[in-house]
Design a protein around this ligand. Structure first.
Ligand code: SF4
Length: 61
């Protein structure tokens, strides 16, 4: 499973705090997802971040 952050991100910082294995903040102040295939407990935390994102900016394939 691969995660993406779309252009709706408002840079609230929630997803890196929920799932730092997958999400980080860029120098532009928005989130990005790792360029990696995630599974198991890592995918579970990334999905939790997706559910908690206030602007639904996190997507996955
Ligand atoms: S939780 Fe959503 S709005 Fe907040 S930094 Fe992550 S992608 Fe952006």
């Amino acid at each position: 499973m691969k995660f993406f952050v779309n252009s709706d991100c408002i840079g609230c910082g929630l997803c890196p705090s929920v799932c730092p294995e997958v999400f980080s903040m860029t120098d532009e102040g928005v989130a990005k997802a790792c360029d990696c295939d995630v599974s198991g407990s890592t995918a579970a935390c990334a999905e939790e971040a997706q559910q908690q994102c206030p602007v639904s900016a996190i997507e996955h394939d």
